[in-house]
Design a protein around this ligand. Sequence first.
Ligand SMILES: NC(=O)C1=CN([C@@H]2O[C@H](COP(=O)(O)OP(=O)(O)OC[C@H]3O[C@@H](n4cnc5c(N)ncnc54)[C@H](OP(=O)(O)O)[C@@H]3O)[C@@H](O)[C@H]2O)C=CC1
Ligand SMILES: O=C(O)CCC(=O)C(=O)O
Ligand SMILES: [Mg+2]
Length: 731
Amino acid sequence: MADAKIIYTHTDEAPLLATYSFLPIVEAYAGKAGVAVETRDISVAARILAQFGLADDALGELGDLAQEPEANIIKLPNVSASVPQLKAAIKELQQQGFDIPDYPEAPATDEERATRAKYDKVKGSAVNPVLRQGNSDRRAPAAVKNYAKKHPHTNKPFAEDSRTKVATMGAHDFASNEKSVTLPADDTLSIVLETTAGETVVLKEGLGVLAGEIVDATVMQVAHLHAFLENALAEAKADGVLFSVHLKATMMKVSDPIIFGHVVTAYFSDVFARYGDDLRAAGLSPNDGLGGILAGLDQLPNGAEIRAAFEEALSSGPRLSYVNSDKGITNLHVPSDVIVDASMPALIRNGGRLWGADGGEDDTLAVIPDSSYAGVYQTVIADCQANGPLDPATIGSVSNVGLMAQAAEEYGSHDKTFEIPQAGTVRVLNRAGDVLLEHDVEAGDIWRACQTKDVPVRDWVKLAVTRARASGAPAIFWLNESRAHDAELIRKVEAYLPEHDTSGLEIRVLSPELATAYSLERMRKGEDTISVTGNVLRDYNTDLFPILEVGTSAKMLSVVPLIAGGGLFETGAGGSAPKHVQQLVSENYLRWDSLGEFFALVPSLEKYAEQAGVPAAKVLADALDRATGTFLDEDRSPGRRLGTTDNRGSHFYLALYWAEELAAQTEDAALADAFAGLAKTLRENEQKIADELLAVQGSPADIGGYYRPDEAKATAVMRPSATFNEALARL
Ligand SMILES: NC(=O)C1=CN([C@@H]2O[C@H](COP(=O)(O)OP(=O)(O)OC[C@H]3O[C@@H](n4cnc5c(N)ncnc54)[C@H](OP(=O)(O)O)[C@@H]3O)[C@@H](O)[C@H]2O)C=CC1
Ligand SMILES: O=C(O)CCC(=O)C(=O)O
Ligand SMILES: [Mg+2]
């Protein structure tokens, strides 16, 4: 391929900061091997600017590229913005002088509606579903697993009398109301609400579907959600445990902020009964969280009175869990502060305890309203309560093969999720007008349809068999035959498995709860298991198991073999770690661990070698792979605390080991020659560079912006060692 190149993405928060330090190293090394590396800015700030013609539509470009065989993209985690995050980013860009409108809370004019539509394109998981034109292969590399066995982190034990548990609806929710069909032929669907008053409201038209596509519809019945929440609040209060709610308001950007709003409303039901109209009139929505409401109260004439009512409710209600008790930030403050994939594993690692208002730890009632996957967490909690914590020194690994291509499953559902305006019946109709799926609904219910195309399913089954064959581990499809969507999927799995040689492999279908129990049982025996899951469990499992096994999902290999033949190499399985940015800004210390970036770069370089016919890229990849091994052996990941090697220091060590490997290899004499000097300089100046990097720690750092840092300032902060910079520049 003539124009082969590696695209390294500029994203947000901690991974973006790390990029200011790491990318110059990558560019310098790649340049020596004739490897073309380009960057594209897909940060939330750049995506906002692109909507108003003030930046290139890099995401659109990469989305197209992902569907071409030449794609070779390194994707760092990015912000999937909740409304409060989006508003903060807009404000920062306005302050930087960009002429962009405010986020229209309740758009009334055509212009406001157009603006809102633009911002809605930036909101939530707007990047990953576009780039993920393939299924997901996430696992802990053997070197990471071995490192964790040698240096086990602590998974704290649950108390003897631990009262932590998961509360979930189990009826009248998305899981239990689901209906599903597989389409026999290409078709065009519409979604229509017939109200009890006899009106027809078209919710969606022109929804193209392909033969073999699975289409589901389901509804969260809000009256039942409220009854459930009232019970859960009463239960938490009676048991004296912390109340916490765990949703995915970023990825499920339509349904989950609404559910989050219902939790806020239920917790503060008296306040909303008294002041709900005032809050609504002021545009203060519970869906944006308690934080946004409290921040907006000053503009209300009776703001002080309402604030007092919130405070009174907090002190008399069940004890809330806190995200940051020092700053008074509760679990209900911001919909994107507590994200279930990261929050539940952190809770389990901590012996089932969260933090209360006083900063003290306590057991919790973890509320996960929809029952589709809540049982997974309850199964792990019950297992740890019965059998003690999982010991990272001995446990086996649970890797994941995840169905996600072409926005499979709930990931793509936000354009088909509706808060129902009036009671009636929602129907999914085909072109001929036949009713495929229908539900009776009440006003306020959250109804959603969701699509899963056939090609991705077939590819996913193949990937599962490939991984089972390569690893020798059993592959378990986490599918619940009594859930409508899963039943359709199981049929496809059964149809596609015979396309492969599965002799001697253990391949089974188990419900998520049983699959969890089976995987844990094997794990405790030191045995590995592959979890083959849908998109949401892919997300959940690739934080859950890594965090229990290796302490963090940052150390995951996360590859997306694109269906069109290209490669998308994600870095780690975690997010963009906002609290790391705060630490950098306050004390010039960045805890971000770039192992995920190192791991992603290896297969990306290998792919480049193949695509561009540049063998030196493979030499670079092999050297990097060995260097990463040394990096782990020498324990060069950032520490958690000031005064230790941080992200920048860790990059220096990686650069040192990588240069030494390149200088020592004999496959490419020119490369060895090119790196000999650098390897020597870095080794000789190891102490000096380490000292220069340590010297800057401890005082505040100015990066000139949160969502859109100033390039020069951030570079200065992230590249503070003159000796290291000069050595790189001389390469
Ligand atoms: N792939 C993507 O693009 C993803 C994006 N996100 C986005 O990230 C943001 C934050 O999400 P959140 O759910 O809080 O999850 P995060 O993974 O960002 O944060 C949870 C915690 O995980 C640990 N962690 C994760 N990655 C690393 C790393 N490389 N080095 C060191 N520690 C790490 C840190 O905690 P500790 O060490 O204390 O355990 C971190 O504070 C949101 O905007 C979300 O939308 C989230 C997930 C994936
Ligand atoms: O796309 C997102 O919003 C989050 C993705 C995520 O958490 C994951 O892929 O693990
Ligand atoms: Mg995740």
